[in-house]
Design a protein around this ligand. Structure first.
Ligand code: ATP
Ligand code: MG
Length: 453
């Protein structure tokens, strides 16, 4: 028997090799959220179980069978690892009276937990990026959410992500539709699976959400909620569609789109994309005007979306979205004990100038150090040897083909005191084809991460 320790099934390690992809994604998200003036909120990963029961709804897949819930043995509280974060954000907004200051535009990212059957694109710990706008009732807020999503796809240079749209109207309108829906499904009760039979009278709308292939044609033929909408709901939907048209956002109306939460109303939307040959939802959202009051706050409208990070990353992989894979700009090679102080000194001065430096540690021949330097993806190696150091100099060696214009493998002596300036000039000369913004690091002469814009 092997007792090798393994991660929990369905919960993945994200290894350093995946960092370039994650960083590219996270930088896009950060800049798009700022572009729309959304501010980040961080709420706990563990919340009281009843928050999700009330905030998601009892008759949902998540609450019925996917939650990691446990009793806090110290005080008997019933707690749950968050399966999604809308409920947590709304709870925080109520608890801290955020709406007192006016409407709130917020975003979050982090791990979510659902006890699902693990498969490609479906994990037990996965990540979401989401946004919530509270206190805004109009279709302009809905349009803003959708434009924000579109900008994420554009910023990541993803193609083939398409928008599906529906309106759930208001509770009264759903009641009229509900009777028609129950009648339709009752007439074909033999086709219904166990979940569907259980939900038939409690929440028949949920049946439309089913992924059971045997029920798809029955679902396809079901009465459409959109035909039961009143004037106000239809006006909201039409206004949103006009705004989307004005910004050239194509969308398809999908009358079967009902989404996972019980308290969605009016606008619901999903972004779908072909991943691994099948069409998957990468992002889902909608309006949830009743939720704030349901969770104990003063009534306030809300709309939000959640995007599945792993699915978007998979799409980025499939579409070969370019990422910056080098570990550093400069790899410092040096002679060992005699040069370590100078090597650390030079590394720190380069970092002061905003340059990313990997300083070799652990000794070894120059040859083996150059192998590491090459593997690091650095543009240049800086070589610090005792003889050069005695003259106040170091060596600067071109490592990459990008430097081939001036001859790859080229090396030049550089006075130690002008090393940072020389390196910045050399990196700028080499960077025609990448997105580094060394200029600002050079101009401002301040330390800082110039990859964050
Ligand atoms: P599905 O119908 O696929 O089960 P859902 O309605 O449960 O999705 P949401 O709760 O709307 O999903 O979550 C938003 C997004 O988060 C999904 O569109 C998907 O991209 C992602 N997501 C949901 N569950 C998982 C999971 N178990 N593993 C990975 N990503 C997930
Ligand atoms: Mg699900």
């Amino acid at each position: 028997m092997s007792d090798k320790l393994q991660a929990v099934k369905g919960m993945n390690d994200v290894l350093p090799a995946d960092e370039p992809l994650w960083r590219r994604f996270e930088e896009s998200i950060g800049s798009v959220m700022r572009a729309y003036a959304y501010r980040r909120i961080r709420t706990p990963i563990v919340e009281p179980t009843r928050l999700f029961v009330r905030g998601i709804g009892e008759m949902t897949d998540i609450v019925e069978k996917e939650m990691y819930s446990f009793v806090d043995s110290l005080n008997g509280d019933s707690l749950t690892l968050r399966p999604e974060n809308t409920a947590g954000v709304v709870r925080a907004a109520i608890q801290h009276n955020l709406l007192h200051e006016g409407p709130q535009r917020m975003w979050y990212t982090g791990p979510m937990f659902r006890h699902e059957r693990p498969q490609k694109g479906r994990y037990r710990q996965f990540h979401q990026v989401g946004a919530e706008a509270l206190g805004l009732a109009g279709p302009d807020a809905d349009a803003e959410m959708i434009l924000l999503c579109q900008r994420i796809w554009d910023d990541l240079q993803l193609t083939g992500v398409s928008l599906e749209l529906n309106s759930l109207g208001q509770a009264e309108e759903r009641r009229a539709h509900r009777e028609a829906l129950i009648a339709h499904f009752e007439a074909h009760a033999d086709v219904l699976d166990e979940d569907a039979r259980r939900r038939l009278h409690a929440n028949p709308l949920r049946i439309l959400d089913s992924k059971n292939p045997a029920m798809q044609s029955l679902i396809e033929a079901a009465p459409k909620l959109i035909d039961h909408l009143g004037q106000a709901s239809r006006d909201h939907f039409d206004a949103l569609r006009r705004l989307l048209d004005s910004q050239n956002i194509p969308h398809r109306i999908n009358p079967r789109l009902v989404r996972g939460l019980d308290y969605y109303n009016l606008t619901v939307f999903e972004w779908v994309a072909p991943i691994g040959g099948s069409l998957l939802t990468v992002c889902g959202g909608g309006r949830y005007d009743p939720l704030v009051e349901m969770l104990g706050g003063k009534p306030a409208p809300g709309i939000g979306f959640a995007l599945g990070v792993e699915r978007v990353l998979e799409l980025m992989r499939e579409q070969s979205i370019q990422t910056e894979s080098s570990q550093c700009d400069i790899y410092i090679v040096h002679a060992g004990e005699d040069t370590v102080t100078a090597a650390i000194q030079a590394s720190e001065r380069l970092r002061d100038a905003g340059i990313d430096v990997l300083m070799h540690a652990g000794g070894g021949s120059f040859k083996s150090q150059f192998r590491r330097a090459d593997a690091s993806g650095a543009q240049f190696a800086v070589i610090i040897g005792p003889d050069e150091l005695a003259r106040g100099e170091v060596g600067l060696k071109w490592l990459r083909d990008a430097g081939a214009a001036t001859g790859s493998g080229r090396q030049q002596a550089v006075p130690l005191e002008s090393l940072a300036d020389t390196v910045i000039d050399a990196l700028l000369a080499d960077e025609d084809d990448d997105e580094f913004d060394l200029e600002s690091a050079a101009d401002e002469g301040v330390p800082g991460d110039r990859r964050i814009h």
